[in-house]
Design a protein around this ligand. Structure first.
Ligand code: MLT
Length: 272
């Protein structure tokens, strides 16, 4: 289930899971949030419709993937690694789903190689670049990382990563997110913050999306609020929108059943 391959002298690690079925109907790439890793998608692995397989990479510097080497680091570097994964697994085009930072990488993929996308799932993400206050917030994250390491970053982000329902009633989800975020390498986190801070505005991409698209958002998401998702929904022709009750920013982990229903319905009906 876990695999590695070499790309430009760096190891890229990914999880691969098949939904069974006699014939391969499609490949779904799932791109994780910051500061997480591919393991955050575990609740989705069991929910794949027959014929679908998922490839979930650890983005560079997270999980078991080597740290990137570009200077300065850019969001497009992650997208190039995903293209290398598609080449490695000989996939011409895949449905790409990204949550938050993973969504920024999905936008970058669309900019770099839209023909490799069969569909898009944009979960708890936004197309805009960082605002000035958001950029100032990134410096705070870097300062916290220097002072307290990944566990400090995890603790500072937890109240926003999870919705009030999860924080109040799902201690196992809180522990899982804290554990996963605290385990990420400091250099991977640092480079990701620089990439997030410098990412371009992807708003122009929205009008160019012609493949089937699904937008998912937790109703309690405080980082990328439902109104951001509704706005994206209005800009992408034919897109679906799934609001996940009782979930915040990490909607796939907080309410996996509702998330999986939306995911599985999208794959089964839009790619029949
Ligand atoms: C994420 O969940 O990936 C981050 O919240 C993204 C961001 O900070 O912009």
């Amino acid at each position: 289930m876990r695999h590695h391959f070499d790309h430009d002298g760096r190891a890229i690690s990914y999880l691969e899971v098949s939904g069974g079925g006699e014939r391969l109907r499609g490949t779904l790439i799932l791109l994780h949030a910051f500061p997480m890793a591919a393991a955050m998608w575990e609740p989705q692995f069991a929910a794949l419709p027959p014929g679908w397989r998922v490839l979930a990479p650890d983005l560079a510097g997270f999980g078991e993937s080597s740290t990137g080497t570009s200077d300065p680091p850019r969001i497009d570097d992650y997208a190039r690694d995903v293209l290398a994964l598609l080449d490695h697994r000989r996939v011409d085009a895949a449905v790409v789903g990204g949550l938050s930072m993973g969504g920024y990488v999905a936008f970058a993929l669309h900019r770099l190689a839209s023909t490799r996308l069969r569909g898009l799932i944009l979960a708890d993400t936004r197309p805009e670049a960082d605002s000035d206050p958001a950029r100032a917030g990134r410096q705070k994250t870097l300062d916290t990382l220097d002072r307290e390491g990944p566990a400090g970053v995890a603790d500072a982000m937890l109240p926003k990563l999870l919705g009030s329902t999860s924080r109040g009633t799902r201690p196992e989800v809180v522990s899982k997110v804290r554990e996963l975020a605290s385990a990420q390498p400091p250099e991977g986190i640092r480079r990701a913050v620089l990439s997030l801070r410098s990412r371009p505005d992807s708003t122009p991409v929205l009008g160019e999306i012609t493949v089937p698209a699904l937008i998912i958002v937790g109703e309690e998401d405080e980082i990328t609020a439902p109104e951001v998702a509704r706005h994206m929904h209005g800009q992408i022709a034919g897109a679906g929108l799934a609001l996940i009750g009782g979930a915040g920013h990490l909607s796939n982990l907080e309410q996996p059943e509702a998330f999986n229903i939306a995911l599985s319905r999208f794959l089964s009906t839009r790619f029949a």
